[in-house]
Design a protein around this ligand. Sequence first.
Ligand code: HMG
Length: 415
Amino acid sequence: MRSDLSGFYKKRIDERIDILRDVAGLDDDDILHFKTGGVTLDAADAMRENVVGLYSLPFSIATNFRINGKDYLVPMAGEEPSVVAAASKAAKMAREYGGFAASSTQPIMIGEINIADPDPESTTVIEAHKDDLLKFIDECIPSMKNRGGGARDVWAREYACGMGNRLIVYFSVDVRDAMGANVINKVAESLSALVCSLVGGRANANILTNLCLKRISKAKAYFTEDESIIEGVLNAQLFAENDIFRAVTHNKGIMNGISSLALATGNDTRAVEASAHGYAAYSSFYRPLTKYSMEDGKLLGEIEVPLSLGMIGGGTNHPVARIAIEKILRVENSQELCSVAASVGLAQNFSALRAITQEGISKGHMRLHSKTLALMAGATPEQAAKIYDYYKDRESEISFSNIKELLKHMRDEGR
Ligand code: HMG
């Protein structure tokens, strides 16, 4: 499957769906799910509480991604315009240099057990019983162990607070293709009684941490040799490294891409966001998750981010998410999915930095907005696409009244 579908965005929706039917092998049921959003009111009622309706969002495809030598069409869900265009543009630029090189560690998640008023020296006791605790964890989750996952480590630390002495017992588990929250919470709740029998005290809270420090994804790519873009992006990087206000927005741009992919694949976007921002602040001050440098006259972008995207269980059972994972992305495991997400985050960031240091972010936004205004003025999708083309490099002229006039001319000329 090739992802360099040039001009994909200029097609009508039905034409795009037909292309996707061919390249991703979609069947009529899949297309129906796309058209209806995938969830019925009854299904929604079973998913969440107090349901009174459905809430739909655009489901898009970012093109041009080539990662570790393999082409990917990237499903993205979300409301914000220009995100999918920006990801596709950066991926097209990176493709010129071979695309992205990405990797992800084993899918290891961490859980925490917080014990109030433990016996003295409890950290040493936990260390001494580590093998017993690891064995207990594996016995809690036999099917995970059978799939090649299971317990990986146990460690502890103590702290004193206004309410007395406290112990935190951390444990890590390889959760394979799951996001891991259910597995970790199940283990934490079972393990706490054993921990208390070893160190005394009372279990106060048993829960997963979303800061998945042992589940790290990295991606890198060359983007351009254009000196003006390189200078702009390097400056923008230093801006983010020296100003937390900028760093937060810089990382927000990264998450535009990662969260859109997370949502499209039925993953927990809040978990993914929390982990990324926690990691950004982990080394004592909040920093950008990407970095840029010059290598052989080319701009090299790199990203490192903890990601816990799963491909089985929970929201990934949403019919559209299943199509996204199995037929569009065609990823074989959660690590591959996380490597795609890291690449999308880097692409998104590069495009934003390029735009804000070159023509400004509003230009691209305004041009995309011209399409919306054209449709509001009564244009057909074909006319809206022509109006979008017309406004390339004429963004300052975009207004509802100008578009209505342009549309009138087009109609008069039979276009
Ligand atoms: P352009 O120069 O008009 O694009 O950029 P192009 O003509 O060079 O086209 C190149 C490729 O981009 C196309 O290849 C498409 O893949 C894609 P082709 O198909 O022609 O072979 N592309 C599009 N895909 C879908 N729909 C489109 C479209 N146009 C091009 N309409 C673009 C236009 C919007 C991409 C550019 O202006 C851009 O990258 N802008 C940045 C937009 C952005 O970053 N948006 C994120 C939201 S803003 C935000 O919240 C984050 C921020 O605050 C973060 C931060 O501050 O760091 C900015």
